[in-house]
Design a protein around this ligand. Structure first.
Ligand code: GLN
Length: 494
């Protein structure tokens, strides 16, 4: 069975015609992971026994003619900051190294109810802070297209797992780009839904006003299938959208897109963007025009405030969210402390990694009474200006197109000591989090050095349907050209 090229859609078809059983598929994926993940390090833990047990039970239910859910028998990998009942959820941190949640996050519950089989937990940057998955306390994940390169981050384990054919579906979280940037680096599809469309209950918080959970898949259609399952109201998350959303995403994927208007923000294509990325986006724009989509350049003068606004808001929220890990109420406890204060200090010093400490310090600083007005308040004001500019632009355009990243996947070790350079990875992705709008990254080509290139579409709140439809139709046009190269590179990976 060729798991590398396997999609969720093909698996569903195979089950329908009884080509294979759920147990066969589940064990085939687990075997592949056990055989190859020592080269990639996409997973922190596998849920092998449980997964096989679930698979057997599902086969029995199918044999008895019982009705099964829309993701019946689909293996899914979950980022290790999303709670899984009875399975370690570590956030790739020593702080939560032994944490076993007594409950499932809402998305995990929804996936299980839909019949998906949780096969393991994926590696990530500690507490989702980073762009390369090098900040994990446990291991460094490698990019399946070129193992000297990073897979992106912070959901690097999830993106690498899909790219390497370890699972057809992985779940990530995106606070400033952590689903889309690794999706772009690994040549897969990643969606950050509208804020509130997917429940955050059971997602260990980084920055609560920016965090969203979303799917990572091989194709846009697979993304639509999975999004349908994980959306919906949740009384356990007060920020979850309570209105009605049409979530029959896959039904509209073939709708006519001729006449839609797509805006190209001029400022997103200025200095610093890799030449090959610019070229790939231009080709995609041409394809869209061939489909009679109207593509127009316009000005969106926000590039100079995006990253700083994101950095201040996310660090401020992180410093508050991470205050609970004191070794008493939550998390790792240092065992050689003389008094209470020392216990808290030692526990936090020993268990948090460098990047997490940097963010806590920055966050505490920008929230301190003497600096609040200059930093946090200013960033909150900037957030409103950015929101207004996007609102205006999205009145004029159905979608906005941009590169997902300005650079190709970089070498492992290349940027880890240069925090500011690393932060540049999020230059195009942070806006969707600051404003709460949905955004998707799809593969749109390869560099000469055979590294994947990602393209991003952003849309108005709750326009996931439109986003997926345009992305799907563009993907169909583009894959034809890529197929040959893709197979060649993947074989090299084994
Ligand atoms: N790379 C960004 C950061 O380090 C985004 C992280 C994320 O989306 N979780 O803050």
């Amino acid at each position: 069975m060729n798991l590398e090229a396997m999609t969720l859609e093909r698996l569903k078809q195979g089950y329908r015609i009884k080509q294979f059983s759920v147990k066969e598929i589940t064990t085939a994926y687990l075997d592949r992971i056990k055989r190859l993940d020592n080269k990639i390090n996409a997973f922190i833990h596998l849920c092998e026994e449980e997964a096989v047990k679930e698979a057997k039970a599902l086969d029995e239910r199918i044999a008895s003619g019982a009705e099964v859910g829309p993701l019946a028998g689909i293996p899914v990998a979950i980022k290790d900051n999303i709670c899984t009942d009875g399975f370690k959820t570590t956030c790739a941190s020593k702080m939560l190294g032994n944490f076993v949640p007594p409950y499932d996050a809402t998305v995990v519950k929804q996936l299980k109810e839909a019949g998906a089989i949780v096969i393991g937990k994926t590696n990530m940057d500690e507490f989702a802070m980073g762009s390369s998955t090098e900040n994990s306390a446990f291991k460094i994940t490698r990019n399946p297209w070129n193992r000297d390169k990073v897979p992106g981050g912070s959901s690097g384990g999830s993106a690498a797992a899909v790219a390497a054919g370890f699972t057809p579906l992985a779940i990530g979280s995106d606070t400033g780009g952590s689903i889309r940037q690794p999706a772009a680096f690994c040549g897969v599809v990643g969606l950050k839904p509208t804020y509130g469309l997917v429940s955050r209950y059971g997602l260990i918080a980084f920055a609560s006003s920016l965090d969203q959970i979303g799917p990572i898949t091989k194709t846009v259609k697979d993304c639509a299938y999975s999004l349908e399952v994980i959306t919906g109201k949740d009384p356990l998350d007060s920020t979850c959208y309570k209105g009605v959303v049409n979530r029959d995403y896959k039904e509209i994927l073939e709708e006519n897109i001729a006449g839609l208007k797509i805006g190209v923000p001029r400022e997103f294509f200025q200095e610093g963007v890799d030449h090959e990325i610019q070229q790939a986006i231009k080709i995609s724009i041409k394809k869209l025009e061939e489909m009679r989509v109207i593509v127009e350049e316009f000005s969106l003068p926000i590039m100079d405030i995006g990253l700083s606004t994101y950095r201040i808001l996310s660090s401020a929220e992180a410093s508050s969210n991470l205050a609970r890990y004191d070794g008493i109420r939550y998390g790792y406890r240092s065992d050689n402390s003389a008094d209470l204060e020392e216990l808290i200090v030692n526990s936090r010093t020993e268990a948090f990694g460098k990047e997490v400490k940097r963010r806590i310090m920055l966050g505490t600083y920008v929230l301190s009474s003497s600096h609040y007005n200059n930093y946090y308040k200013k960033a909150a004001e900037n957030r409103i200006s950015i929101e207004n500019m996007f609102k205006e632009a999205l009145k004029k355009y159905d979608l906005i197109i941009s590169p997902t990243t300005s650079q190709l996947p970089f070498n492992i070790g290349e940027k880890i000591a240069h925090s500011l350079e690393m932060h540049q990875s999020d230059i195009y992705t942070v806006f969707a989090n600051i404003t709460g709008i949905p955004a998707i990254s799809i593969p749109c080509g390869f560099s000469q050095s055979r590294l994947p290139i990602g393209l991003q579409f952003m849309g108005s709140p709750f326009s996931e349907g439109k986003l997926l439809t345009v992305a799907h139709q563009l993907e169909e046009r583009l894959t034809l050209q890529q197929q040959g190269l893709e197979l060649e590179v993947r074989e090299g990976c084994d």
